[in-house]
Design a protein around this ligand. Structure first.
Ligand SMILES: [Fe+2]
Length: 185
């Protein structure tokens, strides 16, 4: 079978769906490559900082790695701004959605909310509430998210920092994204 016969999903057979499931599994094998390619695209996103968004991401992951964080956290740091290209108004949500099946609930929560917490460093310059993160002050991962932003985000714009190259993280990316713990569809 090269393609299914149906043009409406309602008409598909079990054999056709088994075929499609196999096709999807084969495509999933290329996920790490596609994710790494998307990271490379951050190298040419908006400018103005002293470093590109790709370099910022590499600094974030390098700092997490050198601090002895788990592999999941290192990779979450690497991808925390992956939403900048296609979801500039909801970039935390996009990054968190990509990571969600592959990381712990805690890491998912940190990445999902890092944009709000990061506002602490600049929100007041736009007349916004820099403490808007405090709506989560009773949450179990409130302090963890503050720590993430302080150690692996707001300080990662240094052109003199020696980041590890993207290829250094490739085996970790392949391991973390090798098998989803669950699918949210
Ligand atoms: Fe960031």
């Amino acid at each position: 079978m090269k393609t299914v016969d149906f043009i409406n999903m309602a008409d598909g057979t079990a054999e056709e769906y088994a075929f499609l499931h196999n096709q999807e599994s084969l495509y999933m094998e290329g996920l790490s490559d596609r994710l790494l390619k998307s990271l490379e695209d951050l190298g040419s996103s908006f400018s103005g900082y002293k470093v590109s968004r790709l370099e910022h991401s590499l600094q974030s992951a390098t700092r997490a790695f050198e601090a002895g964080e788990s592999e999941e956290m290192v990779i979450a740091a690497l991808f925390h701004d992956i939403g900048d290209v296609l979801a500039p108004a909801s970039h935390s949500e996009m990054a968190a959605a990509i990571l969600r099946p592959y990381v712990s609930e805690r890491i998912y929560w940190i990445i999902r909310h890092h944009g709000l917490f990061q506002m602490y460093y600049y929100g007041h310059h736009f007349g916004d509430d820099r403490n808007a993160r405090d709506i989560h002050k009773d949450h179990q991962w409130y302090q963890d998210t503050i720590d993430f932003c302080e150690k692996y985000d707001q300080n990662c714009f240094d052109p003199d920092f020696e980041s590890k190259p993207l290829d250094f993280f490739r085996p970790m990316v392949e391991r973390v994204f090798s098998e989803p713990k669950f699918a949210t569809i």
